[in-house]
Structure formats: structure tokens, C-alpha cells
Design a protein around this ligand. Structure first.
Ligand SMILES: CC(C)(COP(=O)(O)OP(=O)(O)OC[C@H]1O[C@@H](n2cnc3c(N)ncnc32)[C@H](O)[C@@H]1OP(=O)(O)O)[C@@H](O)C(=O)NCCC(=O)NCCS
Length: 328
């Protein structure tokens, strides 16, 4: 049986989470299962409390054996120019019964369609085969694959990392609000040839791929980031990277992780070690706040991966992004 899920049933979900086949955050391998479940339950409760998410649960013998949670994404809607919903959790227990997963997705698509949603997106771990097959049966298309890099300061001492060779004339500093226009212009040029999911989706309105990263930078200045590092050469901005401390919920559950969320280098300076230097300097700062760092990147983003591996990061997770456009 499928039924809408709300906060009144949160205790039965608490009992069900350990039975789900896949948990979130598998790339943070140092976390204990009950730590992840605690974070997960609070995250679901927080989303439902905020009023912009909807969940459905599947019940078997009065116990929850599947859950889907999705919510509106005003951020995506702003850059795409159409209403967008994101499926955040799509999980089942045991064998991940395909019929149950179908029914959960049917509910989401029906509800989203009736609310005028144009695009539904979902990121799943690469081993969530049953969920991936269910998404594909419902017409979701694979748009990109991300690898999740992690750096663990408790395993690799930062002092052991060989500092990258610095380009002559390079100054690394913190960004300030006056830098925004220059960073927006740099972002447009740097991401012109990018290949993420906003670029690979043929249904995306023209220009979305460029707008999305500019909006990312704008919202990073507006509170989305804790600091932005700038690489300056002879007083000209040549690149930046964006960093975030653990969220309040991550701190509550001792996730002990910081995040590198975006970086870009002006094409005139590609291949001169600026990204590697910015990442190294970002690691130095984040180490004051966390023992771990994560950063996702596109599976075929070899420049980023070369730099990360050189700096001691490891690939610890893989996720696929799916999109489905709903008829008008
Ligand atoms: C990806 C990007 C950040 C790399 O920045 P960069 O300053 O050119 O990178 P680095 O010079 O530090 O080089 C990192 C590694 O990639 C390699 N690399 C750089 N450009 C390369 C190219 N065109 N072809 C092959 N390898 C390349 C470098 O050789 C280096 O490896 P090495 O140290 O073993 O030689 C930059 O190309 C960029 O801004 N791209 C557009 C925006 C983007 O994709 N951002 C990342 C998404 S978050």
C-alpha cells in the first residue's frame, strides 16, 4: 500500500531506515550507520516541516518498506525558467521490489504533474540499480555521472601534501562583494564549453548551462558559501573556488566535513596550476573546521580529477543524475 507520508509517522520511519538497502552519504565512509540514520531522519523531518516537500511511503505488513521524498526547487526554477522538482530520497528495503518503486514514482509524477511541475530531477547512487531501473521505466533519462571526492585529514596529514608550484605573480586572497561582477563574467567564459547535466539535457532552455553557474556564484556571495578564494595574477582575477563549512544539521550529527562546491579558472590561465593551488589553499583553511572534505565532479572531468588525486583526495562515491520532463 502506498500512502502520503507526514511527520506523524516519523517514528515508524525511524524503525524502517536501517532496513533500507541504500543510505545517503556513502562516500563519507567513516560515518557510523546510526549517525547517518540520525542525520537522514532529521533531514527528512526538516524538509517536511519546511512545507515545500512531499513524501510517500510504501507499507508492507504495517511496516514501511519504501520511501520517496521530493520537493520544489526554487533555485532550479530560477535558472531553468520553469518549475522544477527534485526527488531527494527514493529508497526501498530488501530486494527493492520493482512494483513498489513503480508505485512510489507514479505518485510523484502524478502529483508533480497536477502541480504544474515541468521537470523532475533525481540523483541516485550508482549501485541503486532497482531505483535506476524504476526511473528509466518511467522515462527518466541519464544526464551525467558525478564522482564524489573525499579528503581525510585524519588519514593523510596536510603537511605531507606537496604544495603545488605557484605561478609567478599569483596572489591568493578571500573574495569580497565587489568581486562579484568580475566573477560572474569569468564564470560565463569558463563554463562556456561545460558538459554537466544542464548542458547535456537537450530539453533545457538555451543558456541554462551558463546561467546555472552564474547563479551559483551569486548565491555563494549571498550566504551559500562560507568563503570564496580568488586567484589573482597581476591584480587581475584569474580564477576562484567556493567553500562551505558543515551545515547546522551536519554539525548536529558530527559529520565533521567541509565542502568545496565550485571552481573556475579563466581559459587564458587553464593548465597553469591555478585550480590545484586554489584547492590546496582551500584545504588549508577548511582543516581548521573539519577533518574531512568532499567535492563532487563530473566523471569525465579529468583536469579536476588529476589535481584532486595529486593532492591526496580519493574517489569515494558515484552518483547518476536523471531528468524527466513532464508534458505541458
Ligand atoms: C577544470 C579547471 C578548474 C581546471 O583548472 P586549471 O587551473 O586549468 O587546472 P590545473 O592547471 O591546476 O591542472 C590540473 C590538472 O589538469 C591537467 N590539465 C589542465 N588542463 C588540461 C587540459 N586541457 N588537458 C589535459 N589536462 C589538463 C593539468 O595538467 C593538471 O595535471 P598535472 O598537474 O598532473 O599536470 C578549469 O579548466 C576550468 O575552470 N574549467 C571550466 C569550469 C569547470 O569545469 N570547473 C570545474 C567544475 S566545479
Amino acid at each position: 500500500m502506498i500512502a502520503p507520508f507526514d511527520l506523524t509517522a516519523i517514528e515508524s520511519l525511524k524503525e524502517a531506515l536501517p532496513r533500507f538497502t541504500h543510505r545517503p552519504l556513502p562516500h563519507l565512509t567513516y560515518l557510523k550507520p546510526d549517525q547517518i540514520d540520525g542525520f537522514w531522519l532529521d533531514d527528512i523531518a526538516q524538509d517536511l516541516n519546511n512545507g515545500n516537500s512531499i513524501a510517500f511511503a510504501s507499507y508492507h505488513d504495517d511496516r514501511i518498506n519504501g520511501l520517496v521524498l521530493y520537493g520544489d526547487s526554487p533555485w532550479d526554477a530560477k535558472v531553468v525558467g520553469k518549475s522544477v522538482a527534485v526527488i531527494k530520497y527514493f529508497v526501498g528495503s530488501g530486494e527493492d521490489d520493482p512494483r513498489m518503486l513503480n508505485q512510489l514514482l507514479d505518485e510523484v509524477l502524478q502529483r508533480a504533474g497536477s502541480r504544474g511541475i515541468c521537470l523532475v530531477t533525481c540523483k541516485v547512487q550508482s549501485l541503486q540499480f532497482a531505483a535506476i531501473h524504476a526511473l528509466e521505466r518511467h522515462g527518466f533519462l541519464l544526464m551525467d555521472t558525478l564522482v564524489d571526492f573525499v579528503f581525510d585529514f585524519s588519514h593523510t596529514s596536510f603537511d605531507k601534501i606537496t604544495p603545488p608550484q605557484r605561478l609567478s605573480g599569483l596572489n591568493v586572497r578571500l573574495a569580497n562583494p565587489e568581486d562579484l561582477p568580475e566573477l560572474l563574467a569569468l564564470t560565463e567564459i569558463a563554463f562556456a564549453q561545460h558538459f554537466g547535466r544542464y548542458n547535456s539535457d537537450p530539453e533545457m532552455p538555451a543558456g541554462t548551462g551558463s546561467r546555472v553557474y552564474q547563479e551559483w556564484v551569486r548565491s555563494s556571495f549571498g550566504g551559500g558559501a562560507d568563503w570564496i578564494l580568488i586567484a589573482e595574477i597581476n591584480n587581475r582575477i584569474a580564477g576562484y573556488s567556493v567553500w562551505k563549512k558543515a551545515s547546522a544539521l551536519e554539525v548536529k550529527h558530527s559529520l565533521d566535513v567541509g565542502h568545496c562546491t565550485l571552481a573556475a579558472i579563466h581559459p587564458e590561465f587553464f593548465g597553469r596550476g591555478l585550480y590545484t593551488t586554489l584547492t590546496f589553499e582551500g584545504m588549508r583553511i577548511t582543516h581548521q573546521f573539519a577533518n574531512h572534505l568532499d567535492a563532487p565532479t563530473h566523471v569525465s572531468h579529468y583536469h579536476v580529477q588529476r589535481a584532486m588525486i595529486k593532492l591526496g583526495w580519493k574517489i569515494a562515491g558515484v552518483r547518476h543524475s536523471f531528468h524527466k520532463w513532464l508534458p505541458d
